[in-house]
Design a protein around this ligand. Structure first.
Ligand code: SAM
Length: 327
């Protein structure tokens, strides 16, 4: 039996690493304007501790690592971290999810350091609306970041669009058209009941997004796109990229979930939607204990729930947001 097989027969091979809980944006659906109770620096895992955790994970069967946050590009030493992780035996894929604001100055350095690809969050192509959604950001910086990512050869580039009724649903086709001219994989994500912005009426179900996409022309289903994510993807004839839908709530993909999440504070969480997890700090401080780390990895896999509980949920959990968990 593989080292990281859970109680439901799923093989766990993908680790999402939140390198910081801090972010330079305050996207309405993610972090409240005033921020969240950010962890003091001493509680955040050091670069070496993250490397230790990834090394042990890889020795147990982790094959893909995604750096996320918070915003990974505000973490001091992020390029060094990529260098420290890239050579770990067993790892096949190293990627990052970023809001793209700082990407133009980082793309080449990240690629040279060993990052393979990026996912960039982009919910709108309108400057004013971008400011309303992200509260601090500038659309132009993200678009420059995307150009820099193409130039640097970070590939494939996936765009994450959180679709919200009455906020950006009128832009589904504009955003989808980005895949026609450029090598972008534009993925539309259902708004999840995480964070206090959530309201059931703001959710646009995957099926509705799909119907809208089809109005642009016949879509060819794509299989085997790079990555191990949950998106269903299609391509328009002659398009450079693809479009995809992540029906996180109405079309759950829990049955094939292969993930664990490492929070910035060093907790290994078996499910995005679950506040419980396994604290790795006792196996990292004052000295790293690899045997104990391996056991804690197995424990996190052992307690992985069969599925999340977001289907049909009308409210969010008491306090919960993606930046804390590592979205
Ligand atoms: N700062 C980076 C970024 O913006 O991509 C990485 C962290 S962010 C928490 C990761 C992803 O979580 C983003 O693509 C964001 O759109 C998504 N996200 C956050 N809250 C969400 C929610 N309530 N529903 C759906 N997606 C959400």
């Amino acid at each position: 039996m593989p080292a990281l097989q859970d109680s439901f027969g799923r093989n766990i091979s993908y680790l999402r690493v939140s390198v910081t809980d801090r972010c330079n944006l305050r996207c309405v659906y993610c972090i409240p304007l005033q921020g969240i109770p950010f962890a003091p620096k001493s509680e955040i895992l050091t670069l070496e501790e993250i490397q230790d955790v990834v090394q042990v994970g890889a020795s147990l069967g982790i094959r893909s690592v995604r750096l996320t946050g918070g915003e990974p590009l505000v973490r001091e030493g992020i390029v060094e971290l990529v260098e420290m992780i890239r050579e770990i035996p067993g790892l096949l894929d190293l990627s990052m999810t970023t809001n793209g604001v700082l990407l133009s100055s980082y793309a080449k350095r990240l690629k040279d350091a060993g990052l393979r690809r990026v996912n960039v969050s982009l919910d709108t192509l309108q400057c004013d609306r971008f400011k309303e959604i992200t509260r601090f950001g500038t659309l132009e910086d993200v678009l420059d970041g995307l150009d820099a990512a193409i130039e640097a050869g970070l590939s494939p580039i996936k765009l994450n669009v959180v679709v919200m009724r009455g906020v950006n649903d009128d832009e589904i086709l504009d955003l989808a058209r980005l895949s026609l001219e450029k090598p972008f994989h534009v993925r539309f994500i259902e708004l999840m009941p995480i964070g206090d912005f959530f309201r059931p009426e703001r959710v646009i179900p995957a099926e509705e997004i799909f119907e809208k996409l089809q109005t642009l022309g016949p879509l060819k289903s794509m299989e085997g796109l790079t990555g191990c994510g949950p998106a269903r993807s299609w391509r328009w004839e002659g398009a450079e990229g693809t479009v995809g839908i992540i029906g996180a709530v109405t079309q759950t993909f829990c049955a094939s979930c292969n993930r664990l999440r490492l929070t910035a504070r060093g907790t290994l969480r078996p499910c995005l939607d679950d506040e419980t997890g396994v604290d790795l700090k006792s196996a990292l401080r004052p000295f790293v204990n690899r045997r104990k780390l391996s056991n804690l990895f197995r424990e996190a896999v052992r307690i992985k729930p069969e599925s999340h509980t977001m289907v049909g949920r009308e409210t969010t959990l008491p306090y919960h947001c993606m930046a804390g968990v590592g979205g």
